[in-house]
Design a protein around this ligand. Structure first.
Ligand code: ADP
Ligand code: MG
Length: 461
């Protein structure tokens, strides 16, 4: 097999389809949508204006975070976006930069147009969130001469209305207060075509759906993109762009998205709000010698459904596959010892259900579009939790539920701690042998001076 260079050693023009897939995998980026622009690998390769790039440099963001890599190119082309990524992943900047870019193309605010209201509105559930968004926005906005006003509870509505009418391009608001302002005619949104709903699930949880809807309905609807995605967009026309960020997608959030977003691209980073919700995770403590019979039992229960069986080595892949084949299962393999062409053939057989079961190593899965399956089985537990997340992400895609079963042995103690945290966080049951084990209590190699926090590794890339 030809060993290819990693994408990071290639120039942009050299990137192949496979490089892009590996790139997305490396940053845990998943995008749902057709004909969408590629993510940006770096700030330098983004299509941001030189003014904004300078601002980014002054702010000190060396590299875009994964959500920024994926969402900024979409925002710059005015796609509607649903972003799902965990707290602390840099979502604010991911919508602020495209928003400022959009505004910088419009005529500056002047006496002529300021009475028509702001060009963009950002809604967030609480004052504190609104404050954080304002802090992030004013890092960049002044470089472009863009003014920001925040409209939140606790200050006088008259005063806030006055500040809007004095001319500002961006309003950052809590939905209740903004609607109040609009209803009392202190503010209008006649030229607002850029909308961000941040923390959408929280806004709904807090009961703000009617207010959010009220604000959205106060904007000119003539600028909504056509419902039919095949319809040509008019290059000269300004369309409303709507960004929605949420940690999860409960039905009320979906309802909002269906009504106000047009063919949105769904960007998910990592497994935030996905794996943990849609994949039911089972861990079975076992011995090496019992794995084979346990696997047979699992596959028998699955009947006609497909499964991917992950193992850690090429040798194991061949051994497990041979054993299954001998026992009458329709099985194929995918590992690094096979050529790209052989791998495509295996996959094709699996996709068309000629084979029910695919035995695979991690190496083989890199950069290959493995179809969605009902069941992922970790015959061997991988050596780190990122790979575990990656593997189980092969199921539970596109809103369908999935099941992941992992065979765990006392040889896997290095990952006991992380695995247990993962199971706890996703409300999965933890086998007593795992819960009680010494290795589950501390992360290997760390001095337990403070408990790890969820955001510890977000910018590790
Ligand atoms: P989220 O909305 O996803 O919870 P924020 O947008 O509030 O996250 O960002 C979290 C922190 O990360 C902020 O302090 C922000 O300034 C910082 N940050 C955002 N993007 C970058 C980046 N590319 N590089 C370094 N720090 C960043
Ligand atoms: Mg945020």
């Amino acid at each position: 097999m030809r060993v290819d260079r990693h994408w990071s050693e290639k120039r942009l023009e050299e990137m192949t389809e496979r490089d892009w897939r590996i790139f997305r995998e490396d940053f845990n980026i998943s995008c749902k949508g057709s004909k969408i622009p590629r993510p940006m690998r770096s700030w330098a390769e983004s299509k941001l204006t030189s003014e904004l790039l300078k601002a980014v440099e002054r702010v000190g963001y060396k590299k875009p975070s994964p959500i920024q890599m994926a969402a900024i190119p979409l925002g710059l082309q005015q796609w509607d976006v649903i972003g799902i990524a965990e707290t602390g992943s840099g979502k604010t900047c991911a919508f602020v930069l495209p928003m400022l870019t959009y505004i910088s193309r419009l005529p500056p605010m002047s006496e002529e147009n300021e009475a028509e209201g702001p060009y963009a509105v950002v809604m967030a559930p609480t004052r504190e969130f609104a404050q954080q968004i304002e802090d992030e926005t004013v890092k960049f906005a002044p470089y472009l001469g863009i003014k920001v006003v925040s409209i939140v509870g606790g200050q006088s509505v008259e005063e806030q209305g006055f500040r809007i009418r004095q001319g500002c391009e961006v309003v950052i608001a809590t939905p209740g207060r903004l609607l109040d302002c609009l209803e009392r005619r202190y503010a209008v949104l006649n030229q607002c075509n850029y909308v961000v709903l941040d923390e959408a699930d929280k806004m709904i949880d807090m009961g703000f759906e009617p207010q959010v809807v009220g604000v959205l309905d106060a904007m000119p609807s003539s600028n909504l993109k056509p419902e039919n995605e095949d319809e040509e967009l008019d290059a000269k026309k300004i369309y409303r762009t709507t960004y929605m960020f949420s940690a999860t997608m409960p039905p009320a959030v979906e309802r909002l998205a269906r009504k106000y977003l047009r063919n949105p691209v769904v960007v998910t980073i990592g497994t935030a709000g996905k794996a943990t919700d849609l994949i039911s995770q089972h861990v079975i403590m076992t011995k090496e010698s019992e794995k084979s019979s346990r696997l047979h039992r699992l596959l028998d229960e699955l009947g006609d459904k497909t499964a991917i069986v992950f193992v850690n080595t090429k040798k194991n892949a061949d051994m497990v596959a041979k054993n299954l084949d001998k026992n009458g299962y329709r099985v194929t393999t995918l590992h690094g010892g096979k050529s790209q062409e052989q791998r495509e053939i295996s996959l094709e057989g699996f996709r068309t259900k000629r084979y029910n079961d695919l035995v695979a190593t991690d190496v083989a899965g890199r950069g290959i579009d493995i179809p969605d399956v009902a069941h992922v089985i970790n015959y061997d537990m991988p050596g780190n939790i990122e790979m575990y997340t990656h593997r189980i992400g092969r199921t539970g895609r596109a809103g369908k539920t999935g099941v992941a079963t992992t065979f765990l042995t006392l040889g896997d103690t290095d990952v006991f701690y992380d695995l247990m945290q993962m199971l706890i966080q996703s409300n999965s049951s933890v086998p007593p042998e795992l819960a009680k084990h010494e290795a589950s209590k501390f992360k290997p190699g760390t001095i337990p001076d403070r408990p790890p926090r969820r955001n510890d590794t977000v910018f590790a890339h």
